[in-house]
Design a binder for this molecule. Structure first.
Ligand SMILES: C[S@@+](CC[C@H](N)C(=O)[O-])C[C@H]1O[C@@H](n2cnc3c(N)ncnc32)[C@H](O)[C@@H]1O
Length: 276
């Protein structure tokens, strides 16, 4: 089942072509060619074609564009590219002792090993990485190979004046895989916390910087099997983020860690410390 899901994503993204920005450079061309080779996708010369024209000529659904410092995927909901987004403010809050809801929910602290099962655009993974520091480790999983590559490239190359953000993002390890596959082969208690931020069952369209990811993300619901595996692998907690009004917390036996009373988002927790 899991191998089938990865194959499904590989096949869906095969319909992606890779090119450069219109005003191109040798650097962009090398990035586009290398990325196409790595992802086993077709590289095409941009020439002076618009993105739409290229999509038509090559019958492609998606177009991945190598720009000066980033890889940008054009999806029907907008342009998907790496940016630390809310990680800036959240790390500032943590440094000022103001806390962070995810870090508090999972009781994440210095030196811990975190498994982030749903990388997406990586903001949560950067915040986790800051919280565990140099002696800890964040491993982040993403099933869509193009999303994983955009964020992997971004976390490695994005420049930021804030050295805390920079160091935190450089330390995140990104793996392209289905979390169920990974969890099944992971040893008991091999991470302190396992985190899921699945695509919400009911999207918060208004607030969402995540819109461009929607057409290419794995939108399937978290399963009871994955949560049970996660609890076997987590020494301390499994944490899930969801829409506050979601019934997913109940269905998957998560306790709400902090009220979603004034927020459209809640964090649910399963305490796995007593499982043995
Ligand atoms: C809501 S986004 C995560 C956002 C992320 N927490 C952030 O801070 O940007 C969910 C991501 O998980 C990925 N995903 C969903 N199911 C997955 C699976 N079975 N294995 C790995 N990744 C998965 C989706 O493709 C999507 O990119």
């Amino acid at each position: 089942m899991s191998m089938w899901r990865i194959a499904l994503f590989d096949a869906a993204m095969k319909n992606t072509i890779v090119t450069t920005a219109r005003k191109t450079s040798d650097e962009m061309k090398i990035l586009a060619e290398n990325t196409a080779r790595k992802l086993n996708l077709k590289f095409v010369e941009r020439k002076d074609f618009s993105a739409d024209a290229l999509k038509k000529i090559y019958g492609a659904e998606n177009i991945l564009i190598a720009k000066k410092n980033s890889l940008n995927l054009l999806t029907e909901e907008g342009e998907l590219f790496f940016h630390p987004n809310t990680a800036h403010l959240r790390i500032k809050n943590l440094r000022q002792g103001l806390g962070d809801r995810l870090i508090t929910a999972g009781k994440i602290s210095n030196g811990m090993k975190i498994l982030d099962c749903t990388l997406g655009l990586g903001s949560d993974a950067i915040v986790e990485s800051f919280a565990v520091g140099e002696s800890g480790k964040v491993t982040a999983l993403e099933i869509n190979p193009v999303i994983a590559e955009i964020v992997r490239h971004g976390m490695k190359n994005f420049s930021d004046d804030n050295e805390h953000i920079l160091k935190a993002m450089r330390r995140v390890e990104i793996l392209t895989t289905d979390y169920l596959n990974f969890l099944k082969s992971a040893e008991n208690n091999s991470f302190d916390v396992v985190y899921f931020d699945p695509m919400f069952r009911h999207a918060l369209k208004k607030s969402s910087g995540i819109n461009p990811i929607r057409p290419v993300a794995d939108n399937r619901a978290l399963t009871v099997e994955a949560v049970q595996e996660a609890c076997r692998v987590a020494k301390n907690f499994v944490v899930m983020k969801e829409n506050s009004k979601s019934h997913e917390f109940e269905r998957l036996s998560f306790e709400i860690a902090d009220g979603g009373k004034y927020s459209p988002i809640s964090f649910g927790v399963i305490d796995c410390r007593t499982k043995n």
